[in-house]
Design a protein around this ligand. Sequence first.
Ligand SMILES: [Zn+2]
Ligand SMILES: [Zn+2]
Length: 452
Amino acid sequence: MLLDPTLPVRAYPGKTFQCSCGREHSTRLQEVIIEPGALKKVPGLLARLGFARPLVVFDTNTRAAAGDALMAILKEAGQPFDFFCFENPELIADEAGLGAVLMALTDANDSLLAVGTGTINDLCKYTAHMTNRPYAVVGTAPSMDGFSSGVCALIRSDMKTTLQGTMPRAVVGDVDVLRLSPMDMIQAGVGDILGKYTCLLDWKLSHIINDEYYCPAIAEMMKRAVDTVAENAAGVYAREPDAVAAVMEALVLSGIAMSYSVNSRPASGCEHHISHYLEMRFMFDGRKPVLHGRKVGTATTLAAYCYHRLAEESPDFDAASNVVSFDFDAWADRIRRSYTRAADSVISLEREAHKNEPDRVRARLAAAKAHWDEIRSAIEELPSAAQIEGMLRASGAPTTPAEIGVEVPLLREAICRCKEVRNRYTLWQLLYDLGMLERYADEAAPLFGKAE
Ligand SMILES: [Zn+2]
Ligand SMILES: [Zn+2]
């Protein structure tokens, strides 16, 4: 079967598709149920998945949102299960959280069923992976796209880290539950999804410049889901079932797209780099964390501004190429100041990846020069910063980094340094290669950051 990017999300799990990109695409996800009243379908789902006695995991919030209702449904259906409830409302996905899930698990539990979003899902995903059990997730808020990904974001020794987990066998989103979840979480889901506009462009850019693998069908599949969320932004704010379902569907599709591309290219680009950098700095500075999708959404406005600004310029690739230089020690000094306790891993990444090496920079500039018309037309398809701001505003979400408290100097630093966090070619690396990154940061930070 050939991959058709126009199918609804429930049509992708459990199948293998041939693709025009030359690869075969599949996901370990077997089923997706996103509809009003979906909780009632969980007993039948567990039977199809062969989960004999799952450990159902929730916290006090998600227990009230869906856990109690789900347990009543399971009991009535005669489905054996055990459950574990985190009583700590400040639960984080760290060593203690993992230990608690592990200690609640018995030999009788052949599977896990997470009831929650980011933290509960990550704890169950990692435990399922390490104990070689299958798991499924009942999402309680459409707030981030990690439901259906194979990796988990965990905190180890107070540092955020990404570890291998297992794909859930199924994702359930009861729209009656999702639409009543906290509005800031739903808006975060919208932000995480709108970020796909810039990340899909980054992916295409890297394909054009670096000949990186790119699948137009996966990109199209994501683009359609993102457009649907954008069209429904006002409905999200009104908690309309179809609008909230569209956000959840796009979030789950994003995980499927990542399994198809076997990396996070369809889900994370320059806007996520800004978000990761801000998250780290907020944590180091002891500031109150901001939901992932709120950072991503506001960074998307900023990135769209910079992208369009670049398309208006006629960069002088030869002049840029002639002045390329890289002083590793001076660069490492700046990284130590910006990244502080996380600096070592960023510096060793550059030692392996050599992304800033002058020869590599010049080669990329030559490719960008040769394909500039193609690059510019790709940028022209990106919604403008004003349009993205409008979509975020319609959903009631913050629209700029200033609105989530990011001051001008911090935003300037994020623009200049965030690309070092991963070895991934994006808009920021292109601007760096052109010698224009600092100038863009000087110009954009006061427009999008908070005046002190
Ligand atoms: Zn493909
Ligand atoms: Zn994200």
